[in-house]
Design a binder for this molecule. Structure first.
Ligand code: NPG
Length: 374
């Protein structure tokens, strides 16, 4: 395939309710979509990708404007020069540009989708997925009060979500966790996510979480603190799960060999793309380390692709793949529906969903078209 043109569409989609993590409060989903058109043996084919970078560099160093900039100046120009571009070689062609995994992943997605369309194949079949639906977990943001936390989680349990993940930060941890266990008992999957809000000095405080039978604690310490997570893991019974620290298959190998991760959260955008994400899945499975699919408040496009990856056999824990209505009144693709605690893995060609042009028009705040130079 040869890249002919690439358009980056910036969109802003209102959230149903504000989403608060230890680092920010979001009221809109701001991201950009990649629309890439290729010359192929079957004529022109267009593939779509989605960047999971946030509007501000608070989860990782990337943000929406940095992704658009690096794509425009560096990434797209490299790919315009390749005659036989394939999904499997995108990351190799882009290897000299340091960092920017989310920007690279968004482009790789568009190449993957075009290639799937060329081969008339679904993403699930391409990856080797083994199930038709995946258990659907929900991520609950930090609420204003303990009562509100209990009320919100009660609503999601009633909807049938297969597992609850609660965001925590210092001062908003033990009390809400204890109240949720008290209100709903021990009979549901419950885990917490600190988004790097603690330090190793907090070990004795964090150890108090062991009382609550949590499935895991996700990323209590900083992104660079793999060794410190391995120290903390020795002090706690709650299984240690890493998210932000796992930036590549190499980082996953380090974390596993150091005993820093009993569980890994896989997010393709964080590791530079779905191909690298699959490597982490394979590596973890080979080491007997459980993985689950993380979420970045994706639109239906990213959500559909995530469901396909999560259909691989190593994804033994429910992921953050909730229904579209968890975040959006209206999604930009067909809605992803949660029913009976699960989400279907799309079976259509490509990612199995398509961007609705009228909604794209409505949610778009900016767009830039990139073409080969000269
Ligand atoms: O269900 O898509 C979802 C959101 C899951 O909590 C979630 N994501 O730290 O994992 C995270 C968090 C996140 C969201 C991080 C947006 C960064 C951006």
């Amino acid at each position: 395939m040869k890249l002919k043109s690439m358009t980056l569409h910036q969109v802003s989609i209102p959230l149903v309710t504000p989403f608060e993590t230890s680092f920010m409060r979001e009221t809109e989903k701001d991201c950009y979509l990649v629309e890439a058109t290729f010359d192929t043996p079957k004529g022109e084919i267009t593939g779509w990708g989605e960047s999971v970078a946030m509007i501000s560099p608070l989860y990782s160093s990337e943000y929406v404007a940095s992704g658009i900039d690096v794509t425009k100046r560096w990434l797209a120009p490299i790919l315009f020069g390749i005659d036989d571009l394939t999904a499997e070689t995108v990351s190799w062609h882009l290897r000299h540009v340091i960092g920017h995994p989310m920007a690279k992943s968004a482009i790789e997605m568009a190449v993957i989708e075009a290639q799937l369309k060329l081969n008339d194949q679904s993403f699930k079949d391409y990856l080797g997925g083994v199930v038709d639906s995946v258990p659907s977990g929900v991520s609950v943001g930090i609420q204003d009060s303990v009562e509100e936390t209990v009320r919100v989680i009660g609503g999601y349990l009633e909807e049938g979500y297969a597992r609850i993940k609660l965001k925590i930060k210092p001062g908003k941890d033990i009390a809400p966790i204890a109240a949720v266990r008290k209100a709903f008992g021990d009979d549901f999957g419950f885990q917490v996510d600190a988004n790097a809000a603690y330090t190793l000095v907090d070990a004795s405080h964090l150890r108090r979480l062991d009382e609550y039978g949590l499935l895991l604690i996700e990323q209590p310490l900083g992104e660079a603190d793999i060794r410190q997570h391995s120290e903390l893991a020795k002090l706690m019974e709650t299984p240690m799960c890493l998210d932000e620290s796992i930036v590549s298959a190499e980082a996953a190998a380090d974390a596993i060999s150091m005993g820093a991760a009993a569980v890994i959260n896989i997010k393709p955008g964080r590791v530079g793309g779905f191909i690298e994400a699959k490597k982490i899945h394979d590596l973890s499975a080979a080491h007997g380390v459980a993985v689950w699919h993380g979420g970045m408040v994706e639109t239906g496009l990213g959500r559909a692709a995530n469901a396909a990856l999560a259909s691989l056999p190593g994804f033994t824990l429910p992921g953050d793949i909730s229904g579209s209505n968890r975040f959006f009144h209206e999604d930009i693709t067909e809605e992803i529906v949660m029913y009976d605690g699960k989400v279907d893995v799309p079976t259509g060609v490509g990612f199995g969903v398509s961007i609705d042009p009228a909604k794209l028009e409505r949610f778009r705040t900016d767009s830039v078209e990139l073409l080969p130079q000269g």
